[in-house]
Every structure is written in structure tokens, then in C-alpha cells.
Design a protein around this ligand. Structure first.
Ligand SMILES: C[C@@H]1O[C@H](O)[C@@H](O)[C@H](O)[C@@H]1O
Length: 135
């Protein structure tokens, strides 16, 4: 077993093949990953409802990649999902770019989305689309 960081072989292979500008989706458990991620490699991490959380996966990926942009799905009612504060904290204060639900789905179906990870996250609107930066 790898002694540190991510130990998932599918994720480690996929992120090692990512380059500057490629994108990675980390989705909550309600996101329709099979239908709304185009040709991205799909990894289903969900074990139980709540496990793992999107923030756990984000924290792990950040041990291996730099992120230059982060896009999130915005609720129609204009509210701010609680998890956005966690995203900002983990991303060192980076501003989150908001997309409405259908624009977010469209962005996640683009060819530059190379990896899509489904989680057990129970919080709604807890999706984040990362753009890989330069190491
Ligand atoms: C309405 C939204 O649909 C998305 O696909 C989900 O990922 C969100 O959590 C929310 O339920």
C-alpha cells in the first residue's frame, strides 16, 4: 500500500495523466455522475450515505495537484451552501466561480473534464469542478 496520500489506483492514474487546464469533478452523492460527466473517467467512491465526504476527497487530491480554478453549482434560491466555506478554506482562500445547475452540468460534460469522482456526500450542492494548475 502507498504510505501516504491517495491510495486509490484509478484516481492516482487519472490525476497523473492530467495536465494544466484539465479538470476534475468531485461530486456529492446526489449528482447524476454517469449521465452528466461526458467521457470523463468515472470513479465511484461512495461507501455509505455520508462516506466519504467531498471535502475529504478534495483534501486528499490537493496533496497531489495544484488547483488554479474552482467552480461550484449554485442553488436556484440564491443561498450559499455551507460546504462552500470548507472549499474556500481548503483552497487557501480561492474565490469560487459559481454556475447554475444546468450550466454546471454542461461544464462537467466537456472533454477537458478528465476525471469525475462520486462520493457519499449528503450535503446538497456540494459539487466542485477543479481546474488543474501548474505544479
Ligand atoms: C439540485 C442539485 O442537483 C445536483 O445534481 C446535486 O448534486 C445537488 O446536490 C442538488 O441536489
Amino acid at each position: 500500500m502507498l504510505k501516504g496520500g491517495c491510495i486509490n489506483p484509478e484516481i492516482m492514474k487519472a490525476i497523473s495523466l492530467c495536465g494544466h487546464g484539465d479538470q476534475i469533478l468531485i461530486a456529492d452523492g446526489n449528482y447524476p455522475l454517469d449521465a452528466k460527466t461526458g467521457g470523463a473517467q468515472k470513479v465511484y467512491l461512495g461507501l455509505t450515505a455520508g462516506v466519504p465526504e467531498v471535502t475529504q476527497v478534495l483534501e486528499t487530491l490537493l496533496q497531489n495537484i495544484n488547483v488554479e480554478k474552482a467552480e461550484v453549482m449554485l442553488p436556484e434560491d440564491g443561498s450559499t451552501p455551507e460546504i462552500f466555506a470548507d472549499f474556500t478554506r481548503l483552497l487557501g482562500g480561492m474565490a469560487l466561480d459559481g454556475l447554475d445547475r444546468w450550466a454546471f452540468y454542461g461544464a462537467c460534460c466537456e472533454p477537458k473534464v478528465r476525471l469525475a469522482i462520486s462520493t457519499g456526500e449528503k450535503r446538497v450542492f456540494a459539487n466542485i469542478l477543479l481546474t488543474v494548475g501548474v505544479a
